[in-house]
Every structure is written in structure tokens, then in C-alpha cells.
Design a protein around this ligand. Structure first.
Ligand SMILES: Nc1nc2c(ncn2[C@@H]2O[C@H](COP(=O)(O)OP(=O)(O)OP(=O)(O)O)[C@@H](O)[C@H]2O)c(=O)[nH]1
Ligand SMILES: [Mg+2]
Length: 400
């Protein structure tokens, strides 16, 4: 089976929590804080690989989570970082967001795309010790990361695309010039998905893509349609194989209907099966896959052309999937029940570092709410003494 589009879920590791502890041994009754920091969560990284030539592995395995960071421990021991998760994808894989926006285009072996960064670890209570606060009874939580859904879309990477009507001998040619073993049959539409083959000549290697046959009206969905032309969209050269003259214009039209760009790609016209048919005037090469006549000449020409033609589109890797978060941002609103609520990155970040059951920590929390303007914003909404305030998952009664 050949799969060229899948949806997968990815999640970077959570950050480990900071630890709260104090030095305690035979000689020390109540020593200083020594809770260690939590480790960072693992990243999600896509990596170009030649191991697979389609996305079939992702059909059943479609949820990927990087390791969480380990929590901090006493004695100032930091938790270790979670391992990054590398997701191997075939060359030619595009990573898209759910709106179809391009995140990365992976076209080279070992090319990496950092899609999600692991959550930062929380600080241990040792980090919160100050001259005035010598026994901080709290530590910071690690950052929890979210699950994201992305689409993987494969467009095969090849130097040369073989196009033509069904049954003209595209797969036959591929099987002769490479070690690929495509299905060959004396009936139309033997090939149902792209076949990739590698041709080597000296130090030069050329990747060929053999695709299903095209017929008149393919761009309107006749036959197998033209969607699979995307797999030859980044080739340097097209080899158009014909058996009859009428096929020349029809294929050209279908290529044009797919994209004005593809029809302008350098193209050589090759008549196959000359062992059984009259030669058609005006072709660039005449071959027979049955007798091998003309194959060497054709391949020499292709090798030379490919070495002269520019590489297809450069790869482009764009930003990290997670949007940059403004850590000072918050929003306030009051709901129908009269609960005053504050949310946003600023709140999330603040709540990570507080333990509301601890009076000192709670005082710090309220001071920060005040300083950052959250309280003022809530008052502007009409909050008065005795109202209920909701901040993250904590509720309290506001006292002026
Ligand atoms: N006589 C003769 N038959 C050939 C030659 N090349 C291929 N064939 C035969 O033509 C038939 C079609 O060959 P394929 O290679 O499967 O053709 P294709 O273009 O890949 O066809 P689709 O996959 O259906 O698009 C097979 O029966 C081949 O054996 C040739 O040079 N001479
Ligand atoms: Mg075929």
C-alpha cells in the first residue's frame, strides 16, 4: 500500500517539577532549601530519512510523545531532561498545520525540523531563597505542553519523472534502468501508485519516478486522475513515453491542467515499442524495452541533461509550530455568575511557581497579581470586596 497523506498527533515532553526540600542531617536541624530543578521535556524533531519511501508506517502509529523531564530531587539534584523524539519521514515530506499552512518541507537526508520544544523544567525551592525569604516552602511546576495535530504530505523526490498513457512501458523502462521491481502488465493502469527507482552511472545517481498512466480528461478525474502528478512536480526532467502520435498533445494538455509550471519542465519525447510499431516522426528517442534498442542512448542523454539542469525547489523550513507566547499577557472577564476571572500566559506562568496553601507563597502570588495590573483590571470590571475571583483553577474571595 502507498500512503501519501496522514494526520498525526505530536506532543513535546512536559517540564519536570522543581522540588521543595531542606537540608537535614545529624548536625543540621533545619538547613537551607535544597530542592533541585525539574528537567526540560524532550523536543519533537522531524528528520529526513531514506528508510521508507512512503508514509505507511504512520497509518497505525500516529501519536508521538517526547519524554517528560524528570522532577527535581532533594540535595539540589536536578531532574534529567526528557529525550527528544525524532520522527523519521521519507524525503519529500511536507509538514503542514491543520489549516494547510506549510511548516516544513523535508527534502534532504538527515534534514531536521524542530517542530515542538519541550516544556521548561520548574525551579526547585533552592532557587527561591533570598535574604528575606530563607525558607521558601514552594517550588515551580514544569511547563506542561500541548498536543498538536499536523498533516504529513508526501511528494516523492525524483530527478526524472516518467509520464505517458497507460500501457506504454513506463514501468518497463524503470525496471530496466534501476533495481526497482514495479508491476508490469499488458493492460492499462497496472501502476496504481508512484514507483521510485535509482539509476547509477559512475558516480552519478539519478532518481526516477514512475507514476500511473494519464488519459484524456485525467485532470477531470477520468482514469486515475492527475493528483499523483504532485509526485513528479519537483523533477528536473520529464520523460514522456508514447506509443501513438495522438498521445503527445493529450498528455501535454493534462500536464498543463495540473500546473502551468509542470508543462514547462524540460521534457523529452520517447517512442517505445519500436520492435512492433512504425516510428513516429519528431520524437527525440526511439526505444524498445523488449529488445533494449535505444535504451543506452536515451540514458546517456538523460544523465547529461540531469547534470546540467538545476535542482528542483529549494527546501524551506519555517518556524517552530508553537507560537511565541507573550509571558506578560493576561485577560480578565466576569461571567454570568459574577465570578471575576483572569487567564492567559502571565497567569499560567505565575501559577506554576506558587503553592497557595503556603501563606508565604500565597502572599507572593497576590503581590504579583497586584504588581502586574491584574487586580486593577479586575477592579475596572467592577470587582468589589467579597466578590469571587477565579485564577487558573483556584478561587478566592477578594478582600480590599
Ligand atoms: N512489444 C513490446 N512490448 C512492451 C515494450 N515495453 C513494454 N511492453 C509491454 O507493454 C505492457 C505495458 O508495460 P508497462 O511497463 O506495464 O506499461 P506502463 O506504462 O507502466 O503502464 P501503466 O502502469 O498501466 O500506466 C507490458 O505488457 C509490457 O511487457 C516494448 O518495447 N515492446
Ligand atoms: Mg506502470
Amino acid at each position: 500500500m502507498f500512503i501519501d497523506r496522514v494526520e498525526i498527533k505530536i506532543k513535546a515532553g512536559n517540564g519536570g517539577n522543581g522540588h521543595t526540600s531542606f537540608l537535614r542531617d545529624k548536625n543540621t536541624q533545619r538547613g537551607g532549601p535544597n530542592g533541585g530543578d525539574g528537567g526540560k521535556g524532550g523536543d519533537i524533531v522531524f528528520i529526513g530519512s531514506t528508510r521508507a519511501d512512503n508514509l505507511i508506517d504512520f497509518r497505525y502509529n500516529h501519536e508521538f510523545k517526547a519524554e517528560d523531564g524528570i522532577n527535581g530531587r532533594p540535595m539540589n539534584k536536578s531532574g534529567s531532561n526528557g529525550k527528544d523524539l525524532e520522527i523519521h519521514v521519507p524525503l519529500g515530506t511536507k509538514v503542514l498545520n491543520m489549516d494547510g499552512g506549510l511548516l516544513a518541507d523535508i527534502v534532504e537526508k538527515d534534514q531536521k525540523y524542530l517542530a515542538l520544544r519541550g516544556g521548561g523544567g520548574g525551579q526547585g525551592n533552592a532557587k527561591y531563597a533570598t535574604a528575606r525569604r530563607q525558607t521558601p516552602n514552594f517550588s515551580q511546576h514544569g511547563i506542561t505542553t500541548a498536543m498538536h495535530t499536523v498533516v504529513l504530505e508526501l511528494n516523492c523526490i525524483a530527478d526524472v519523472g516518467l509520464v505517458g498513457f497507460p500501457n506504454v512501458g513506463k514501468s518497463s523502462l524503470l525496471s530496466i534502468v534501476s533495481r526497482a521491481n514495479p508491476k508490469i502488465g499488458n493492460y492499462p493502469f497496472t501502476t496504481l501508485h508512484p514507483n521510485i527507482g535509482v539509476y547509477s552511472k559512475g558516480s552519478q545517481t539519478i532518481i526516477f519516478a514512475d507514476i500511473p498512466g494519464l488519459i484524456e480528461g485525467a485532470s477531470n478525474g477520468v482514469g486515475l486522475g492527475i493528483d499523483f502528478l504532485k509526485h513528479i512536480n519537483r523533477t528536473r526532467l520529464l520523460v514522456h513515453i508514447i506509443e501513438e502520435e495522438s498521445q503527445i498533445q493529450i498528455i501535454k494538455k493534462e500536464l498543463e491542467n495540473f500546473s502551468s509550471d509542470l508543462v514547462k519542465r524540460p521534457r523529452i519525447l520517447v517512442q517505445n515499442k519500436i520492435d512492433v510499431n512504425e516510428k513516429i516522426k519528431g520524437c527525440d528517442f526511439y526505444i524498445s524495452c523488449a529488445t533494449r534498442e535505444g535504451i543506452d542512448e536515451l540514458m546517456n542523454h538523460i544523465a547529461k541533461q540531469v547534470s546540467l539542469l538545476p535542482k528542483p525547489n529549494e527546501s524551506q523550513t519555517t518556524a517552530i509550530l508553537e507560537v511565541a507566547i507573550d509571558k506578560n499577557k493576561f485577560e480578565v472577564f466576569v461571567d454570568a455568575e459574577g465570578v471575576y476571572t483572569a487567564t492567559g500566559p502571565m497567569i499560567d506562568n505565575l501559577i506554576r511557581g506558587v503553592v497557595l496553601s503556603d501563606t508565604e507563597s500565597a502572599a507572593y502570588f497576590h503581590r504579583r497579581l497586584d504588581k502586574s495590573g491584574v487586580i486593577e483590571a479586575l477592579k475596572n470590571l467592577g470587582m468589589i470586596d467579597g466578590d469571587t475571583v477565579q485564577v487558573a483553577d483556584t478561587q478566592f474571595i477578594w478582600r480590599d
